[in-house]
Design a protein around this ligand. Structure first.
Ligand SMILES: *[C@@H]1O[C@H](CO)[C@@H](O)[C@H](O)[C@H]1NC(C)=O
Ligand SMILES: *[C@@H]1O[C@H](CO)[C@@H](O)[C@H](O)[C@H]1NC(C)=O
Ligand SMILES: *[C@@H]1O[C@H](CO)[C@@H](O)[C@H](O)[C@H]1NC(C)=O
Ligand SMILES: *[C@@H]1O[C@H](CO)[C@@H](O)[C@H](O)[C@H]1NC(C)=O
Ligand SMILES: *[C@@H]1O[C@H](CO)[C@@H](O)[C@H](O)[C@H]1NC(C)=O
Ligand SMILES: *[C@@H]1O[C@H](CO)[C@@H](O)[C@H](O)[C@H]1NC(C)=O
Ligand SMILES: *[C@@H]1O[C@H](CO)[C@@H](O)[C@H](O)[C@H]1NC(C)=O
Ligand SMILES: *[C@@H]1O[C@H](CO)[C@@H](O)[C@H](O)[C@H]1NC(C)=O
Ligand SMILES: *[C@@H]1O[C@H](CO)[C@@H](O)[C@H](O)[C@H]1NC(C)=O
Length: 467
């Protein structure tokens, strides 16, 4: 059955005027972070590291790092081997050079980590300048050792919440953290199997992450790829992220986030591939995503704005997406694009989202796009240019729910549609092609589904929907 082109709606205003579109050239001018050059090289084996994977090499590694920093900086080398370690602290002007064939293995007992849970990382740089990690080797969090019970839907993980320093079931160590750092560079390294978040950038200025591959178990919760929090000028390129939880996740908790650029990357996740929020206390401004391929993910490009911060000026260009349903215990409803703002709870403030551009996007997905502002938290000035959407069901998970989580209205029954829209002011669609290849199984009621009286200033140019 061919869905009707448009459902009749009082608030819909079609203007078939030509839109002037700035052909935005991809803004992927990657600022190169230059670390100071130094010929100093300190090998952890010279400091007694054994690298047999059984014996802890923590003290040798730390001594090499400390001496390197005191000597003015340089490289701390890890020759081939498996270096089991408790938390190691990266110092200013030190770059870890984990060579091909070398692996830093994070410890799996609570005693391997410092007292405060906020410092639970295998590698932690705090308040450091000119720091980096490279070398072609691996940092491995041994996350599988933190599985309390294997569950094919979602593993149940150990929680170190009995320490009292953190609550709930999310008390596990992260893999690599840079907190309050300047000039950070992570490149040519593989980060694998974190017990919790993988690479965490907090309140940093000038960070470059390139040619990094991240792997997390697909059934393990909270093993996010890269979490960028309250940081400015972050550049991510040529990364490959394959993990269970959110892959690239900008958040604001204590300060705004400016200038994040992500290009030329590949993502697979059982959650959201690019997720802005949900921690969103301060503004997000100047984020650019270009040339990204998202495969078999539970959600593609997502905004969960819940705490009062605003989002201003985000561009997504040249993005290929495929999204599908997974077990509902994982967040996501197979939406290729999901833009929501609503107050998390009764005490939360409302944030708005404005000036989003989606250009050259193609998606194959089991659900439509969801664009949902709220009273006092409008979505404004959204543009979709050159967008191909193919809708099809191929898994047997239930559909017909729209998802306001976390908080807000939770899950709400609603028939599936090409784009569901509410509380929007200013939406331009130019060159959109919706294809429906799902005649027999399910009913997609509308290509465009406007919640009554909440969507204004719509312009459609060359919009097509059909089988
Ligand atoms: C979108 O794709 C077209 C055709 O491939 C290309 O000419 C244009 O530069 C692209 N736009 C952006 C913003 O990348
Ligand atoms: C951070 O580093 C700077 C410069 O080295 C120092 O002055 C400052 O006290 C440090 N702050 C903290 C919280 O360690
Ligand atoms: C501690 O974590 C476990 C899950 O591992 C959870 O069942 C329990 O409720 C948590 N306890 C507290 C006090 O947060
Ligand atoms: C990022 O820039 C904003 C605006 O200038 C500033 O308020 C914030 O402190 C900066 N963040 C960091 C980590 O420097
Ligand atoms: C960040 O990089 C820019 C451009 O290279 C430079 O001007 C600025 O001083 C750097 N900021 C910090 C805090 O190092
Ligand atoms: C963000 O980038 C712009 C353009 O490069 C620059 O002018 C601005 O200072 C940057 N913002 C921050 C907070 O670093
Ligand atoms: C897009 O990114 C991929 C890596 O994911 C790269 O191979 C390709 O060359 C990039 N395309 C462009 C046009 O830069
Ligand atoms: C959309 O499909 C048309 C027709 O197949 C194609 O010419 C165009 O390049 C596609 N655009 C994108 C962004 O994939
Ligand atoms: C959705 O509707 C079904 C019945 O069709 C009902 O069982 C279910 O509880 C409803 N879910 C929600 C979230 O309202």
């Amino acid at each position: 059955m061919a869905p009707p082109l448009l459902s009749p709606l009082s608030t819909l205003l079609l203007s078939w005027v030509f839109l002037s579109v700035q052909s935005q050239s991809s803004t992927s001018a990657i600022t190169t972070i230059l670390l100071p050059r130094s010929n100093n090289r300190f090998s952890v084996t010279d400091y007694g590291a054994i690298g047999d994977g059984n014996h802890y090499d923590t003290q040798s590694i730390q001594a090499a790092i400390d001496d390197c920093s005191v000597a003015g900086g340089g490289l701390v080398r890890f020759p081939g081997g498996n270096y089991l370690t408790a938390t190691i602290y990266l110092r200013s002007r030190v770059v870890l050079e984990i060579e091909k064939g070398a692996t830093i293995l994070g410890g799996t007992s609570l005693s391997d980590y410092p007292r405060e849970s906020r410092k639970w990382y295998v590698v932690l740089a705090e308040n450091a300048t000119d720091v980096g990690i490279t070398g072609g080797g691996v940092i491995d969090g041994q996350g599988l050792e933190f599985i309390e019970r294997v569950d094919p839907r979602k593993n149940v993980m150990v929680s170190w919440n009995s320490t009292g320093d953190c609550y709930g079931d999310e008390c596990r160590p992260r893999l690599v953290g840079f907190i309050d750092c300047r000039n950070v560079k992570v490149w040519d390294v593989r980060l694998t199997d974190p017990a919790y978040w993988c690479l965490h950038i907090v309140r940093c200025q000038n960070t470059s992450i390139h040619d990094v591959s991240i792997y997390g178990d697909f059934n393990t919760p909270n093993n996010d790829g890269i979490d960028i929090e309250d940081s400015n000028n972050t550049f991510i390129t040529r990364c490959n992220i394959d993990t269970g939880d959110d892959a690239i996740c900008p958040k604001t908790s204590t300060a705004p986030l400016f200038n994040l650029t992500v290009t030329d990357s590949w993502i697979r996740t059982k959650s959201c591939a690019i997720k802005i929020g949900s921690a969103s206390w301060f503004n997000f401004e100047g984020l650019t995503f270009d040339n990204i391929t998202i495969v078999d993910s539970h959600r593609g490009l997502g905004f969960q704005i819940r705490d009062g911060g605003n989002v201003i000026g985000i561009t997504f260009s040249n993005i290929k997406i495929s999204t599908r349903y997974y077990d509902p215990s994982w967040w996501g409803r197979a939406e290729p694009i999901y833009v929501t703002s609503c107050p998390r709870d009764l005490n939360s403030k409302v944030g708005s989202i404005s000036d989003l551009l989606f250009v050259n996007v193609s998606a194959v997905s089991e659900n439509g796009i969801f664009l949902s502002g709220c009273k006092g938290g409008l979505l404004s000035n959204l543009k979709f240019i050159n967008v191909n959407l193919t809708y099809r069901r191929w898994t047997t998970f239930m559909d017909g729910l729209i998802d306001y989580r976390p908080g807000c209205r939770g899950l709400v029954n609603h028939s599936i549609a090409g784009i569901v829209m509410e509380h929007i002011k200013g939406l331009e669609i130019e060159n959109m092609n919706m294809r429906w290849s799902d005649g027999h199984t399910r009913q997609w009621n509308n290509p465009l589904d406007f919640m009554p009286s909440t969507v204004n200033d719509i312009s459609l140019l060359n919009f097509h929907s059909g089988l």
